[in-house]
Design a protein around this ligand. Structure first.
Ligand code: AMP
Length: 431
């Protein structure tokens, strides 16, 4: 019989962090973050992880999943007596993007600040030497993206033979981005006896296959998907002509005095264009996408968090996993061509008990995307128009690839439907 773990969902009792058998240094750090009660994924995931079980957790960003695995991992490490001498990598956390790696790394630092463990982050796009130096200094917890991790493996600058716990965070996204072979290569060099934790927002056949090959008798943790359950996010569609979207965005920001908005575009080119336009009309904005240096991305994110920059314009990959608390507004300036990405996008708002608003500016070219999204989330989104920006009903839809304003003039046409950034990510990894 499967073991039952207590839950607040039936309203019988409220679980506290102190009920979770976490030690004082961890509880102190958690309380300093201002968390009072564990989120559902934390309630459900922490006990079985502490028991040493493998886990398959269906949880998206925004559910508190990072603490859901970081807290019990820190607890497990602190329970085992520390081998004297140089530290070994005992925990390996793989993430799909640098941003997510950075955020998980931050969480490990925050929750582990009263513990003696050392952690570091390694990802591509930045110099390898500082990472080699950090690894040499002795690391207990390593957070890495697969491509750069394998670079270290092939250069012999990393020792993964002491890994006790492997976490695959956002495993579905890693597979989407073509990391499956890299993941398998990494797993092949890890010790066979280890605890495996796999977090994924979706459960495709590919994920199922991966789980079957690496998880042993896993505890299964499922929390409500944000797309269907989150009543905290108001979702709205504004119909507008493609070429007037940017002007409408500026108008909405000014008229509603929005102070913090994450705006999504499908392409890097469009992200730059929108950010430039907003700056031109006197609204502080920054673009964040794969062509920006790591330093520029980090600065844009911290300026946005600090309120120095009001509008952050991002592509899907760049925004993936961004940890921005209590984001009040998300605007889809362009709908994503993958319906699942819509769910990830709106997951940036309405977090941890705060209301949020997700507004999609939709033009005639995107009606098929809208239909796909509504099918996925199983509900029809409210549509409206804004006075002065009503769509011209005589305009006929054009395919998005060749569509209005999608391609910088002179840029080559894309050959297929594969999200451009995934392809570029792969290229970057292979460089
Ligand atoms: P994650 O899903 O891990 O990206 O976490 C989403 C956000 O929820 C992060 O900003 C965390 O700081 C926050 N968070 C995590 N656990 C809790 C908690 N128990 N109570 C309140 N906020 C939390």
């Amino acid at each position: 019989m499967s073991k039952l773990y207590p839950s607040t969902t039936k309203g019988i009792f409220i679980m506290l962090f102190s009920d979770l058998r976490l030690s004082a240094p961890i509880l102190k750090a958690v309380h300093e973050e201002g968390y009072t009660t564990p989120t559902p994924v934390q309630e459900k995931a922490i006990p079985p992880i502490l028991e040493g079980r493998d886990m398959l957790a269906g949880a998206q960003t925004g559910t508190g999943k990072t603490a859901g695995f970081t807290l019990p991992i820190l607890e497990i490490l602190s329970r085992e007596t520390h081998p004297k001498g140089k530290n070994h990598i005992r925990v390996l956390i793989l993430t799909p993007t640098r941003e997510l790696a950075a955020q998980v790394g931050e969480s490990v630092q925050t929750y582990g600040k009263y513990l003696p463990f050392k952690s570091t982050i390694i990802f591509g796009g930045v110099g390898i030497q500082p990472q080699i130096k950090a690894l040499r200094s002795g690391i207990d917890i390593l957070i890495a993206t697969p491509g750069r991790l394998l670079d270290h493996v092939s250069q012999g600058t990393i020792d993964l033979t002491h890994v006790e716990i492997l976490v695959l965070d956002e495993a579905d996204r890693m597979l989407d981005m073509g990391f499956i072979r890299d993941i398998r290569k990494v797993i092949a060099i890890l010790p066979a006896k280890r605890q495996n934790l796999l977090f994924s927002a979706t459960y495709s056949d590919e994920i199922k296959k991966l789980c079957e090959s690496i998880l042993k008798n896993p505890a299964i943790v499922e929390v409500a998907r944000r797309n269907t359950s989150s009543e905290l996010v108001t979702q709205k569609v504004i119909l507008v002509d493609c070429k007037r979207k940017t002007a409408l965005l500026g108008e909405l920001i000014k008229k509603n005095r929005w102070a913090q908005v994450l705006v999504f575009t499908r392409t890097k080119h469009q992200a730059n264009k929108v950010s430039d336009y907003l700056i031109k009309i006197g609204i502080s904005a920054a673009a964040i996408h794969g062509n920006k240096s790591q330093g520029a991305r980090t600065k844009a994110l911290s300026d946005f968090k600090a309120g120095i920059v009001k509008i952050l314009v991002a592509t899907d990959i760049a925004a993936r996993g961004l940890d921005i608390d209590q984001l009040p507004h998300v605007v889809n300036l362009e709908l994503p061509n993958i319906a699942e990405d819509y769910v990830h996008r709106i997951g940036r708002t309405g977090r941890a008990g705060n209301n949020g608003e997700a507004i999609s500016l939709v033009c005639v070219d995107e009606y098929d995307y809208l239909k796909g999204i509504e099918k996925l989330i199983n509900r029809k989104l409210e549509r409206e128009t804004i006075a002065g920006f009503e769509p011209d009903l005589t305009i006929k839809p054009e395919p998005i690839q060749q569509g209005r304003g999608q391609r910088p003039s002179g840029a080559p046409k894309r050959k297929d439907n594969a999200p451009r950034e995934y392809v570029e990510k792969r290229r970057e990894r292979n460089r």
